[in-house]
Ligand binder design. Sequence first.
Ligand code: MG
Length: 299
Amino acid sequence: MRLCYARHAGRTFIGLAQGARWLNLTEIMRADTTRFGWLKVHPEPTIVDLLAYESDPRGMLVQVVSSLRAAGRLDDYLVAEPVELLAPITRPSKILAVGRNYLLHAIQDSTLGVPDEPIIFAKAPSAIIGPDANVIYHDYVGRLDYEIELAVIIGKRTWRIPESQAMDHIAGYTVLNDITDRAMQIQDIDKHNPWLRSKSLDTFCPLGPYLVLTDEILDPHCLDLTLKVNGEVRQHSNTSKMIFNIPHIIAFISKHMTLEPGDIIATGTPEGIGPVQVGDVMEGSVSGLGTLTNQIVRV
Ligand code: MG
């Protein structure tokens, strides 16, 4: 199953994929305020709200689709084209990212070497943009780099979870481009400062195109990652090459802080990072999860 957060005819909605079309889940939930009472608190629900209020989202979706189908009303909620896909997760409580989590990247792209435990840093949620939105080359940016990554989306509150249970806390997966002002990051590291700001400039977190729930991705450790610039492949690897795998990362983070529904974990980028210029088009994809297409613009 896959969910989108999108705009149609001036209104945002949560969509559930039905073949090539989207079912308007927001309208379906609004039509049943007994079952979906939490919509009174969140009349314009996001996917983060849905994950926070629905303890078993997949079970709920199966039930909703089968009862609409039985009533012959499924087609009533199909959304007409055109649909503008927005980032599937908007304003989560946090975006955490893992640094140097692919061996060749750790060796080739950094002088700091291979880490002996996950390096966790943050990106500001305000940096999130949609799968087709423009990335701004702010006028003071020294070098703007792409970093293709698999993003894990947390499904339920997670605190001090062992590796053996960590995968049960995942709602699904999406694609994330961890845009970085590399010059600013190196400058901050040289001064022994945190590198939050170089990762968090507005528009520096393209995300999407949709949230693919865990039923479609049986093993997230065998997915191809590709990043192209103007059609030319710059990064190509596989999530099997992570140094620290996903359960290890979740267990490690949740030892230190509570993960909330909708929280995003960017699991690291492989080798081949590099700069882009104004006008360039980046296409980042992960197998089974779709593609982000973002152009670099100056404003
Ligand atoms: Mg990264």
